[in-house]
Design a binder for this molecule. Structure first.
Ligand code: NDP
Ligand SMILES: O=C(O)C1=N[C@H](C(=O)O)C[C@H](O)C1
Length: 250
């Protein structure tokens, strides 16, 4: 069986360097390129890359994916910063590259994917919900892509169930005191030395609360999801958002 020819973009970064090691260790993959800032994207074509794992930053990801799709290279994307406008732009690029697939995974760890699933399930049963994400202080963006996605999924589940807006009588004296509003769900971002990537979803009802917490303690937590994405994206044309689409969650 021929091995999948995989390249990593952002190869010297925190998650990119771990992804390089994971691809090198996978029996069914060959690492054909490991590129960082300033490296020529043409290297991907010269190396015959079939799939690119994109782990750079929100400022670079669109240009990188545009190049890949123009050259028929599939993408597995962990980089954050996705808006509806960016997704629409990506769909346009994909339409011009039939057969190519892109997976955007706000989070590659199984625990984070399950957190999002459980939160969606719980959303309609509680009056109140808030999301707290906690990350290392070198993280480039806030809120995290995972927290934004979690809040969007919760808001959608509540809307579909006909839930009323959540109660909040607060009058804030300082901007930001109640976090960011993502589709009506408050999202709070903590940046703290010693942390990696963590999230709590807090639900409140009459006389009870439910807290769903997930902790990524090492970047290795993202690797099985990245490798699964690489294996599946080559047979999944078009845009897939969320690793849950490649998991059998029952
Ligand atoms: N979906 C998921 O499960 C996860 C997603 N992430 C996301 O992945 C992204 C990277 O995170 P992290 O590794 O912590 O960040 P880092 O800053 O550690 O790594 C990013 C790397 O990309 C490099 N880079 C910047 N621009 C380019 C470019 N145009 N081409 C190639 N490489 C480039 C950077 O180089 P330089 O240092 O010179 O700028 C750096 O080495 C973030 O968006 C983060 O949120 C992170 C963990 C899990
Ligand atoms: O920058 C990080 O570290 C992470 N980024 C992703 C996000 O923004 O959700 C995934 C995970 O939280 C780690």
């Amino acid at each position: 069986m021929s091995k999948l020819r995989v390249a990593v973009l952002g190869a010297k970064g925190r998650i990119g360097s771990e992804a390089v090691r994971a691809v090198e260790a996978a029996d069914d993959m060959e690492l054909v390129a490991a590129l960082g800032r300033g490296d020529r994207l043409e290297t991907l074509v010269d190396a015959g890359a079939e799939v690119v794992v994109e782990l750079t930053n929100p400022g670079a990801v669109m240009g990188n994916l545009d190049f890949c799709l123009r050259h028929g290279i599939h993408g597995v994307v962990g980089t954050t910063g996705w808006t509806d406008e960016r997704l629409a732009q990506l769909r346009t690029s994909l339409a011009a590259s039939p057969g190519a697939g892109v997976l955007i995974a706000p989070n590659f760890s199984i625990g984070a994917v399950l957190t999002m699933q459980f939160a969606q399930q719980a959303a309609r049963f509680f009056e109140s919900v808030e999301v707290v994400e906690l990350h290392h202080p070198n993280k480039a963006d806030a809120p995290s892509g995972t927290a934004a996605r979690t809040a969007q999924l919760i808001a959608k589940a509540r809307e579909e169930a006909g839930c009323a807006p959540q109660p909040d009588a607060t009058s804030t004296a300082l901007d930001g005191a109640r976090g960011a509003d993502v589709d009506g769900v408050p999202v709070h971002s903590v940046r703290l030395r010693g942390l990696l990537a963590h999230q709590e979803v807090l639900f409140g009802g009459v006389g009870e609360t439910l807290t769903i917490r997930h902790d990524s303690l090492h970047h290795s937590s993202f690797m099985p999801g990245i490798l699964l994405g690489v294996r599946r994206v080559v047979n999944t044309p078009g845009l897939t958002v969320g690793l849950e689409n490649f998991l059998d969650l029952g």
